[in-house]
Design a protein around this ligand. Structure first.
Ligand code: GLY
Length: 380
């Protein structure tokens, strides 16, 4: 894959998301907060802004960003939520809507989501319904949210019936991915987000996967390779979202590895000390390729390469690596069939004919899945 010249020099990269009447740009680069503030000011002149963030991100980055917003002439109210998945709740959603109303955010004002996936999903959903919809800006602060959740307009909260079951499609008006903000992530959190980067190569860009195999440590180190990886990921996601915004077809490809991953997260009680989403996705990606190999779709060489890359990076690639154990075959299969992408008891998987050759496979027999999981658990 050729690397565009601007991605080598560290200049800001702009990736458009082409949606009729709801298109927007993703701005990618290091130290973008003051530029973000200027963009916001010029994009919504005279608008007030609510800056929604979590207590952790607030401590690290909010004062610097608020100074930029103030200098750009954007009047801002900060609203903090507790960090963690538990904030994607009805109670926190209601409290956030009330806080936005108390801050007198009107239809022409802006809501800024400044944080990781939890902040983005919750804030986006509040923005979708507040006064029947206000504009919102995503400023994602984790790798996972920069390459996945901040782009594409999925917003929502969790219910006792499952994750992300209450929500809305509400596209952001602007996304600013400041890749320098990722310098403060723990190695574990960064690597977990990296699983979603690799996913784009595995879905449809074999050259990008080749490039990741060579450059992954530079992505972590934070050079121009990091910006390039975020840009390639956002371009891939933008292209899929532009052709299937509401997941009626191709957007499901973004769920590569996720049926396995969601089951593992459920079985580990969404306990981040055991498994975070990106780690579950890493195992899910390796499983999706080994399952494809077992079904005779994909070569053992490609499935082996996927696992070897995840191993090299320090991500898990096997069920045996789930801390405390993943559960029995029956428990894993049962957890998979609870996934919201299961229709009338039939499993839909994203499978692969090779690296970069993923496809949607509806109607995969439950027996095949059970036999595969059993073999995986039995493997040394
Ligand atoms: N994270 C998957 C999607 O946005 O569709």
């Amino acid at each position: 894959m050729t690397k565009p010249a601007n991605e080598k020099s560290g200049a800001r990269i702009v990736v458009p998301v082409a949606l009729e009447g709801r298109g927007y740009d993703i701005h990618i680069g290091r130290h973008q907060l003051c530029e973000a503030a200027s963009l916001i000011a010029s994009f919504a002149p005279g608008a007030k802004a609510a800056l929604v963030t979590d207590e952790h991100v607030a401590g690290l980055h909010a004062p610097a960003f608020e100074t930029c917003l103030q200098q750009a002439g954007v009047a801002t109210t900060r609203i903090e939520i507790p960090p963690g998945e538990a904030s994607k709740s009805y109670a926190r959603f209601a409290a956030l809507c009330d806080a936005l109303l108390a801050a007198k955010i009107e239809r022409n004002d802006l809501v800024i989501a400044f944080g990781g996936g939890v902040v983005g999903d919750l804030t986006g959903f509040a923005a979708a319904v507040l006064r029947r919809g206000v504009r919102f800006v995503q400023i994602p602060t984790t790798l996972l949210s920069q390459v996945d959740s901040s782009v594409g307009g999925k917003t929502g909260i969790n219910s006792s019936h499952g994750k992300n079951l209450i929500g809305a499609f509400h596209q952001p008006a602007l996304v600013i991915a400041d890749t320098a903000l990722l310098d403060t992530l723990s190695e574990r959190e960064f690597k977990a987000g990296y699983a979603e980067v690799v996913k784009y190569g595995l879905i449809g860009d074999p050259n990008f996967f080749d490039w990741c195999e060579v450059n992954w440590s530079r992505i972590i180190a934070g050079g121009p390779e990091r910006d390039h990886a975020v840009a390639v990921s956002c371009r891939a996601k933008a292209a899929i979202v532009a052709r299937d915004e509401r997941e009626e077809g191709d957007r499901a490809l973004l769920n590569l590895g996720h049926t396995f991953a969601h089951a593992l997260e459920r079985l580990t009680g969404y306990d981040a000390s055991r498994l975070v989403h990106g780690e579950a996705v890493a195992i899910g990606l390796a499983l999706a390729f080994r399952f494809s190999q077992r079904l005779g779709l994909c070569s053992g060489q490609d499935a082996g390469r996927v696992a070897a890359h995840l191993d090299a990076v320090g991500l898990p690639s096997r069920l045996q690596q789930v801390p405390g154990g993943a559960g029995s075959t029956e428990e894993i299969v049962a957890a998979m069939t609870q996934d919201k992408k299961v229709k009338r008891g039939v499993l839909t998987f994203i499978l692969a004919r090779g690296i970069g050759k993923s496809f949607i496979a509806p109607g995969v027999a439950a027996d095949e899945v059970r036999d595969f999981i059993e073999a995986e658990l039995a493997a040394a």
